[in-house]
Design a protein around this ligand. Structure first.
Ligand code: GAF
Length: 405
């Protein structure tokens, strides 16, 4: 199935229109933040590793205005593609998690923002596929943070602080012990660049990623196995248990001889496999970043395939559907590499594909896997303000073509 998502202009118009209907006023403030796809470096952001994601052209967008109250917040969202908005009202001096679940990401960011927040009204819209492993949660958190910068006129200067606030929101209000990758790339994404994030130092480097003859193909398996929520914390614990057994304080000190020691000590086979994935994936990601710097895309592709094997057999976060999508992709002419991306147990694969073969590749995968959705993307910008008064600027912000089928 070829995905047809609303364009930026459609999204913004819908948000403005819905705001005017709901609040009988024009919105004055607007901000947006993107989803992401991770090229390589999976399940190692919480192990002091390196990750190499890029921001997507799919965005979550918030429009609104201060409402003159000291603390009352009214938010409506059309996030589920519903015709009628889902609505919440709460006060900034009483922020607790609950239902609906989407509101927890927003409340969490408000709670950890660190500056006084006056009352406001807002509409949230998105074209990031929800629950598809493309980081719709981080897009919502980071869009909220960008919107709060406008509402409060106070901002945190460092990008890493912004990402950390959003991560804390997810830990405390959504009870997901995620790493830092998704929030970081949503804040810092840059058009035509991937972002190498050192998750130990939180130093990041934009690496040019703009070959005219290559595209990034995302295939959404459209399955999400229930395991994902419970297995994520389990993987984190297994990684930290293995680290302790190796007598180390960080995976950055670990190498293959530490693995051998684990084997010699007859450690639990599962812990050995988890450690092997983390240690090898940290190395692969650094090699992939080097290859990207040298525009050696064939090499990047090979490392992506190795990453998938390791995630499937050692880290055990893939599933039949993702393995099948990767196998199908790797059989197609013009595919340099393919792997699962994100947390796993469903969601998406990411493939590097020669532009001139993209139609055939989509056709072949579609023929072999029933019910996938395809997105063809280039690396895009991170979170930003939207100037609602500046009409030409408003029109210049669309997805820059080559985006969806
Ligand atoms: C999810 C998490 F939110 C990230 O922090 C990361 O761990 C990823 O899974 C796996 O690489 O997206």
């Amino acid at each position: 199935m070829a995905a047809k998502l609303p364009s930026f202009d459609e999204l913004l118009s819908k948000a403005v229109e819905t705001f005017e209907e709901a609040f009988n006023k024009k919105p004055e403030l607007a901000a947006c933040a993107p989803g992401r796809v991770n090229l390589i470096g999976e399940h190692i952001d919480y192990c002091d590793g390196f990750v190499l994601p890029m921001a997507l052209p799919m965005l979550t967008l918030i429009v609104g205005r201060r409402n003159g109250t000291p603390d009352e917040v009214n938010i409506h969202t059309l996030c589920d593609g519903a015709d009628k908005p889902d609505k919440i009202q709460f006060n900034t001096d009483y922020l607790v998690s609950g239902m609906p679940k989407w509101a927890n990401y927003v409340k969490g960011v408000l709670s950890h923002y660190g500056f006084p927040i006056p009352g406001f009204d807002a509409i949230i819209v998105t074209n990031v596929p929800l629950g598809g492993g493309l980081s719709s949660s981080a897009a919502l958190e980071v869009a909220t943070l960008k919107f709060l910068e406008l509402v409060t006129t106070k901002k945190h200067e460092k990008d890493s602080d912004k990402a950390l606030i959003c991560q804390k929101a997810e830990h405390t209000f959504a009870e997901c012990p995620c790493g830092i990758m998704d929030q970081f790339i949503s804040v810092m994404g840059k058009e035509n660049h991937a972002l190498l994030i050192d998750c130990q130092s939180l130093i990041a480097e934009h690496i040019p990623f703009n070959a005219s003859d290559l595209v990034v193909l995302i295939c959404n398996s459209n399955v999400k196995h229930n395991l994902s929520a419970s297995e994520y914390p389990t993987r984190r614990k297994q990684c930290s248990d293995a680290l302790k057994l190796m007598g180390l304080s960080s995976y950055r000190e670990a190498n293959s001889s530490h693995l051998k020691d684990l084997e010699k000590a007859s450690a639990d086979a599962i812990l050995i496999k988890r450690a092997r994935h983390v240690i090898s994936e940290i190395e692969r990601t650094q090699k992939a970043a080097d290859a990207l710097r040298n525009c050696d895309f064939e090499r990047v592709g090979k490392l992506m395939v190795e990453s998938h094997k390791s995630l499937s057999s050692d880290f055990e976060v893939s599933c039949d559907e993702l393995d099948k999508l990767v196998d199908l992709a790797m059989k197609c002419k013009g595919v340099l590499g393919s792997r699962m991306t994100g947390g796993g147990f469903g969601g998406c694969t990411v493939s590097l594909v020669k532009s001139n073969e993209i139609d055939n590749v989509i056709k072949q995968i579609d023929a072999g896997y029933h019910g996938a959705t395809f997105y063809v993307c280039k690396a895009s910008d991170g979170a930003r303000d939207i100037d609602l008064d500046d009409a030409p600027h408003f029109r210049e912000l669309p997805y820059k073509g080559e985006f969806f089928f």
